[in-house]
Design a protein around this ligand. Sequence first.
Ligand code: SF4
Length: 392
Amino acid sequence: MPKGSELARFRKQLLTWFQQFQRDLPWRRDIDPYRVWLSEIMLQQTRVAAVIPYYERFLERFPDVRALAEAPQEEVLRLWSGLGYYSRARNLQKAAQAIVAKHGGTFPKSLEDALALPGIGAYTAAAILSIAYGKELAVLDGNVARVLARLCAVRGDLRAPKRWQALQERADSLLDHESPGNWNQAMMELGATLCTPRSPQCLLCPVADACEARKLGIAELLPEKRRKREAVAVVLAAAVFVDAKERTLLLAPPTSEKGANPAGVADHVPTLVSKMWHFPTVSASEDPAPELGRFVRAMLGKRALTFDLEAAEKVRHAVTYRDITIFPFRISCKTLPQVAGAEAFPLDDLSSIAISNLTRKVAASVLAQARSTKRPLHRVTVAVRAASAGNR
Ligand code: SF4
């Protein structure tokens, strides 16, 4: 850990490098608390390249806090659709509403007020307040922790509470008090561009002479691997009704974790569809067609018709520790059945509503099967009940 004149030199080296080599990112062009906040939320768990088009579209539609606070939630989610971790979008809007109600529409300047907003934790508050208002708060996230662990040759699990606390103290003591916003961005930039998880580029690093891990030749070995939570396998089956006009049926966003599906089956489907519009979906096991048939029967009620469940290519999807396999089944019908809360949408264009990537993949699988000359992978006839369409 550099101290005294070494510390002054260390700060100068990193800040000079940042001024010279920082990437030209849209949220750096106009330092405005709303823009900084939006970018920080979008960048959580998401790569910069993926965020940029979402950030620009979102700002165009919601140019300030008030526009975001007053928008229908459905529209906020639609513009977030594809970026994942949708609770971020919901919290962003709730926070915008709180900022309008309690802070006159301007992101609060105090740490206490910032931390009281939905979706704002210690890292995000420090990032926004230092960049937008020059507050002396050092950021610490996985990226910065990796840089610090290498600079100070810290071994062990960085997320262990005591070790994380020690890293925060190191981050605090390195912080440049003249320009904390630039300092935090410089640390993050170093982690994102040179001090990357694999193959750190120490030869180009502006602070290589102060780096303990480089001196010890262990830069690539740090941080030491954490034991990963074991992946949980989840199997689902989805019913993709398709009518003569190629419209499909989507269920409205589930509102609770349990008992949310029409068959009254309590499962984790609401979480996995990110509480957004979704195909009728059920947890399944080894033989998904009959299970989906029973689910569809329960969903549709008393009038009976017989449909084919036509299997499309299965879809794989990962959400945090869940490793999902979903079996999509096309159910071709003249008219879509009536289901409470469900609506009809063109299967090949679901852009008008908020859907998760999982739902998008299911639609793509069924569309690919329709375009393919291959026979369906599997066809099962199940007696299900249908009514005439009354959906939009
Ligand atoms: S010298 Fe290498 S390991 Fe050390 S901070 Fe720089 S890039 Fe990271």
